[in-house]
Every structure is written in C-alpha cells, then in structure tokens.
Design a protein around this ligand. Structure first.
Ligand SMILES: [Zn+2]
Ligand SMILES: [Zn+2]
Length: 180
C-alpha cells in the first residue's frame, strides 16, 4: 500500500500548545474521509512575535504566511492561542484558498469547562471546513454542511462533518488526479 495509490487527502497536523497537542491525537482518529492524518508534530514557530499584545490574539493571516510547506500534504496548524483577522474580532480559523495551508484555533470552540466530546466534535467540523478551503472550496449555503460559515461556536453544532453532495463533489474534483 503506497500513499500514491490510496485516494484521499493526506493531512499533516502541526500543533501549538498543550491543548492542541492533546486533542490532535483524537482529531487524527476522528477526521472523516477523504482526510487522512499521516503526520503530527509540534509547530516550531515562535508565535510570541506574532502576538498582538493589546488584543492578546494572533493575526491568523500572518501565521498562515509563516507556516511551512508540506509537499503532497494538506497542512492544518492547530493552535491554543486565539486568532483574529484585521477586519474581524476573532476567527476560528483561516486558510489559503486552494493553497493547502490552514490554521484552526481551539480558543473559542468550546468553553474550558465543556466536555472533551463537545470540543472534539466542533474541532472535527471546523477542521473539515478549513481543510475544505485549503482544497479550494468556498462557503456553502446548506446549514448542515461543514463548509457553511459559522460565527458562533454553538452554531457549529448545527453542522455535521460530512459535506453536502455539492461540496463532496467539489472535494472529489479537487482531489482527482489530473487527467493524462
Ligand atoms: Zn470559512
Ligand atoms: Zn456544502
């Protein structure tokens, strides 16, 4: 069995912070096809320099730019620290559209005293969302689709981790080997 012959999207998880490192083990096991986590390692970046001290948050777009490239794999950086974009108070995550690199923050997905199951479930849904963007998928109007845009953590619970038929087709197209 080789990576070249198995369909799907190879995912490399990078983690920053103890919560992310712990959760990444379960995330690797829970991420639905076509995503397949093949590597997990700590993100070797000094994020302190990217921290906006006043906001206590990290600029998600700057973090994205600094992520290493992972040839042949889709990169998802899972971080404990809260993220923002200059135009938005906070974001759960951000991705390079079709560029294969994504970031996802655990900071707002679930309250600290929430059960581990709730955090994992929301993380899986939003990981599919960001990885979908990394593969070129845009936001979807279907409320239950993971590509639907959610602004509040509670709204993630209305979504599932399985893409709607249109987004599934878009994923398959994005992953299809180029015709010879
Ligand atoms: Zn989105
Ligand atoms: Zn959809």
């Amino acid at each position: 069995m080789t990576a070249a012959s198995s369909p799907g999207a190879r995912v490399k998880l990078l983690t920053h912070g103890p919560r992310s490192a712990a959760l990444s083990v379960e995330l690797a096991g829970a991420l639905p096809p076509p995503f397949r986590v093949e590597e997990r390692e700590p993100l070797e970046l000094a994020l302190d320099a990217l921290l906006d001290r006043q906001r206590g948050q990290l600029d998600a777009s700057r973090l994205l730019e600094l992520l290493p490239r992972a040839p042949g794999a889709h990169l998802l950086a899972l971080v404990d620290v809260d993220l923002f974009l200059p135009v938005l108070t906070y974001v759960f995550g951000a991705s390079e559209l079709g560029g294969g690199r994504s970031v996802l923050s655990l900071a707002r997905l679930a309250p600290a005293d929430a059960g581990a199951e709730l955090l994992l479930r929301r993380t899986v849904v939003e990981a599919v969302h960001e990885l979908g963007h990394g593969l070129g998928l845009v936001h979807c109007a279907v409320p239950a689709c993971p590509m639907h845009r959610t602004l509040w953590p509670e709204a993630i619970d209305l979504k599932g981790s399985a893409p709607c038929p249109a987004c599934r087709r878009a994923l398959e197209d994005a992953l299809a080997p180029a015709a010879i």
